[in-house]
Design a protein around this ligand. Structure first.
Ligand SMILES: *Cc1c(COP(=O)(O)O)cnc(C)c1O
Length: 371
């Protein structure tokens, strides 16, 4: 046993896996600002501004927009726990790991879950989803907008009408797309969505932006049974973020500073400019990878810019050892495959602050050196 522990000494990594992504220096500085009371009027101002900026990035006017304490998975659980009542029929699209988790969460909340499954690496045809909705008339349809396990971009713009026609709610996982691709909550009629801070927002992990429409809050407020989770109960958390400001739990104060700064940077850059930057970094990486003989493993018509799923080249016998070399020799983190794709694919992230030409050059140079 050492008599004492030295202070942390950590390497600076190039974060190009599935998240966390590189954090902007001013976001790290925001984390180190003085911690103040969570009921301090100055902190309430921070919360108000975070909410307003979240509305701008979600492109919504939803009053119920806040940063759930916890990572993206807590946001997912908040929505499922609040929106699903025991016995509710839920339809969940599963084309990767995160769709599968949504189905699990809906089931734990008491939902009668029906999944729709297609091969990993493909996107759902919206007409097929709509046809299934017409058939099942679910109380909730949940689909992942950006499947980080497969690099697939799911079109979302035509789903809402069919779901609403039968009194259902449309739920979106936009953990990886938020602040990297257009997420049009109001225009697409999405009733509830959740994200995380450590993907395209380039903030450390720890908070989950969520937004709920009036239709979704009507469901929450009209529940016949209490939400199972006390911590994630929106009737309580909602009062803390707005309205009566009643103490519920202590918001992670400094994480909210970091999120404030990350949102501020995104809006200062301009959302459309930010989306274009992600796309251009993706195109540059894709061209470089194809030139080197890499193959993409997801449908090219539905590729995400911020998450590139490629097959591990045949020339690499031990993919985990290759990733270890990238980390040790180049300080570069890329992601391995998840679930069914483990050992077969790599996931190269270009998220937030990392979606830049010089980062792409560094990734390609590091791949060349181990090839
Ligand atoms: C990362 C991720 C999550 C989970 O978020 P955590 O912050 O790891 O809890 C959920 N869905 C998708 C699509 C993700 O990429």
């Amino acid at each position: 046993m050492p008599a004492s522990f030295p202070p942390l000494n950590l390497p600076t990594r190039l974060l190009h896996g599935p998240g966390p992504s590189p954090v902007a220096p001013s976001v790290l500085e925001a984390l180190s600002k003085p911690c103040i009371g969570h009921m301090d009027p100055e902190f309430m101002r921070v919360m108000n501004e975070v909410r307003e900026m979240l509305q701008a990035v979600f492109r919504t006017e939803n009053e119920m927009t806040l940063a759930c304490s916890g990572t993206g998975s807590a946001g997912a659980e908040m929505l499922m726990d609040n929106l699903v009542e025991p016995g509710d029929r839920c339809l969940i699209g599963v084309n990767g790991v995160f769709g599968g988790r949504l189905a699990d969460k809906a089931g734990r909340a008491g939902g009668e879950v029906e999944t729709m499954e297609i091969d990993w690496g493909l996107a759902f045809d919206q007409d097929t989803l709509i046809a299934r909705v017409e058939e099942l008339k679910p109380k909730l349809l949940a689909v992942v907008h950006a499947e980080t396990s497969t690099g697939v971009h799911q079109p979302f713009d035509r789903l809402a009408d069919a779901v609403h026609k039968h009194g259902g709610l449309l739920v979106m996982d936009c953990v990886t797309s938020f602040a990297g691709l257009p997420v049009e909550i109001d225009k697409w009629g999405v009733d509830a969505a959740y994200s995380g801070t450590q993907k395209c927002l380039s903030c450390p992990p720890g908070l989950a932006p969520v937004t709920l429409s009036e239709r979704a809050m009507h469901k929450v407020n009209g529940r016949g049974s209490k939400v199972n989770s006390w911590y994630l109960d929106l009737t309580l958390v909602g009062n803390y973020w707005s309205g009566s400001r009643a103490y519920h739990h202590t918001a992670p104060v400094n994480m909210n500073y970091a999120l404030h700064e990350a949102l501020r940077l995104a809006l200062e850059e301009g959302l459309d400019e930010r989306f274009a930057r992600h796309e251009s970094a993706h195109q540059q990486l894709k061209a470089g990878l194809l030139q080197r003989g890499f193959e993409y493993a997801s449908d090219p018509d539905h590729s995400l810019p911020m998450l590139n799923l490629v097959k591990v080249p045949d020339t690499i016998a031990d993919e985990a050892a290759a990733r270890k070399r990238l980390l040790n020799e180049h300080n570069l983190e890329i992601g391995g495959g998840l679930g069914a794709l483990a050992g077969k694919c790599w996931r190269i992230g270009l998220m937030g602050h990392g979606a830049r030409s010089e980062n792409v050059d560094a990734i390609l140079a590091a791949l060349d050196s181990i090839g």
